[in-house]
Write a protein that binds this ligand. Structure first.
Ligand code: G3P
Length: 500
């Protein structure tokens, strides 16, 4: 009875359900990819109904795979791609528009007009965020401004907004039949609507954006019983008891609970989170301030975050858009065919540039091409792009924080790539450490849910579950490291001011 916790990870490329036991070991999983919809350059959408169907399916697959029923599951935790914006009708459950994905840059003009009064730092003091298309706020505004009838329906109280955590939770707990409309503090901190200090929606910002408060989910902690799964679902009656945005979940899953601890997750994008404890640190170096987690009634824990929009999705792009490889894994083999990048640099500013630049008008570039360059160099440059971006983010963390980071815990799909992790350690000049369980995102959500129902009793128990699998020590000569960084930074400047 109740020997497991299930986590639902609603990510950018796929939805997954992962069942964990008390030791934090994966017992079974289900995974399904969903369509990436690119209607125009810079636009990225998902079908929210497809996502919900997939979530139901992956739960079924994970339960069946482990030979489990709802009676074996103590709680459900939810983690999600953050900022991706769903607006739906509370009476029918129908989204009024596709989900607008965090990578989408269509709201540049909205950002520009909001920034006319006070600049892009206008809301930084209250929200911890620069004005940028990345966050949910301008995406909700775009839907209300552009979908016929949406604003009237929102003002009449008929529409609900949420990131995909809210969308999945509302459906899982009953949808039109009594579903709870909530989010947690970590997701709320990515909307641009939440005051970091009070953890409440900011009425003035909502008024500036023209977004009715009635659309917004109630803000909850990251670990408490929010409700139970509806009777129509396989997991009926199981408490839904934890929600964390995926990057915060990975931090929690890495047991980086204390101030000064950090992790870096290599997924679709790449996100370094640095725990600042109960202190709200406002970045002077292009990082975001965000909520790390809040357990029930305890005080919130804050963090600095370096967000990189494109990491694994560059490899996906080489596969799906360019056709240079047929599986993502092939990029590693190709890259291994040459000793260096041959002078080629790829700056994947597909969604503009995020940290530390925040330039929505940048667009991607491949530079340093000569007749010598071949697909091996391109593959290598694609992998290296991630490591260079991480080094720039780490420099910003070290500039903002009192004490420099002396090691970096890593997780996510790309940490299976040995050569990339070695190059990463070389560029950073500090050891890079991979834990035994690399499913830290789902694990973090499971932990938050399990803590709320007493499946795990405290953070100490979770810390004891963490163990090191492998570490990469820096081996590159400092002069070579600095030469590489100089060239990378020069390549980055080539992407600036591209969009008129
Ligand atoms: O902020 C976006 C982030 O939450 C998406 O993460 O893992 O889907 O790249 P991922």
């Amino acid at each position: 009875m109740n020997q497991y916790v299930i986590a639902i990870d609603q990510g950018t490329t796929s939805s997954r359900a992962i069942v964990f036991d008390h030791a934090g070991t994966v017992a079974s999983t289900g995974q399904m990819e969903h369509a990436q919809i690119f209607p125009h350059p810079g636009w990225v959408e998902h079908d929210a109904l497809e996502i919900w169907r997939n979530v139901r399916e992956v739960i079924a697959v994970a339960l069946a795979g482990g030979n489990l029923t709802r009676h074996d599951i103590a709680a459900v935790g939810i983690t999600n791609q953050r900022e991706t914006t769903v607006v739906w009708d509370r009476h029918t459950g129908e989204p009024v528009y596709n989900a607008i994905v965090w990578q989408d840059t269509r709201t540049q003009d909205i950002v520009r007009s909001l920034a006319a009064d006070g600049g892009t730092e206008r809301y930084r003091q209250r929200t911890g965020l620069p004005l940028a298309p990345y966050f949910s706020g301008t995406k909700v505004k775009w839907i209300l401004d552009n979908v016929a009838g949406a604003r009237e329906r929102a003002e009449a109280g008929d529409l609900l907004f949420g990131n995909t955590d809210s969308w999945v939770t509302w459906n899982l707990t009953g949808g039109t039949d009594g579903g709870v409309h909530i989010t947690d503090v970590t997701n709320a901190s990515r909307t641009m609507f939440m005051d970091l200090a009070t953890l409440a929606w900011d009425e003035e910002i909502l008024a500036d954006f023209g977004v009715p408060a009635s659309m917004l989910p109630a803000i909850k902690s990251s670990s408490e019983v929010y409700g139970k799964v509806a009777s129509s679902q396989l997991l009926r009656e199981v408490p839904v008891a934890g929600i964390l945005g995926d990057q915060q979940a990975a931090t929690f899953g890495q047991a980086a609970f204390g101030a000064g601890e950090a992790k870096n997750t290599y997924g679709t994008g790449c996100f370094l989170i640095f725990n600042t404890g109960e202190e709200i640190v406002r970045s002077k170096n292009g990082l975001l301030t965000t909520v790390g987690y809040k357990l029930g009634d305890a005080d919130p824990v804050y963090a600095l975050e370096g967000s990189i929009a494109v990491a694994g999705s560059l490899i996906q792009w080489l596969r799906d858009n360019i056709g240079m490889i047929s599986t993502a894994a092939e990029v590693e083999t190709l890259a291994a065919g040459v000793v260096d990048n041959g002078g080629v640099y790829i700056v994947p500013a597909f969604s503009g540039l995020f940290a530390p630049y925040w330039r929505a008008e940048a667009r991607g570039a491949i530079v340093g091409l000569t007749r010598f360059a071949n697909k091996h160099h391109i593959a290598r440059a694609a992998l290296e792009a991630t490591a260079f971006q991480v080094r720039e983010v780490l420099d910003a963390v070290n500039a903002d924080a009192a004490v420099p980071l002396t090691e970096l815990k890593v997780d996510g799909g790309m940490v299976a790539n040995d050569a990339l992790m070695q190059f990463q350690a070389d560029l950073l000049g500090v050891p890079v450490i991979r834990p035994t369980v690399t499913e830290t995102t789902a694990l973090g959500a499971a932990y938050a849910a399990g803590l709320a129902v007493g499946f795990w009793k405290d953070l100490g128990e979770l810390e004891a579950n963490w163990s090191e699998d492998k570490r990469w020590e820096p081996a590159m000569a400092p002069a070579e490291r600095e030469r590489q960084m100089r060239l990378w930074k020069k390549a980055v400047t080539r992407t600036f001011d591209w969009v008129d």
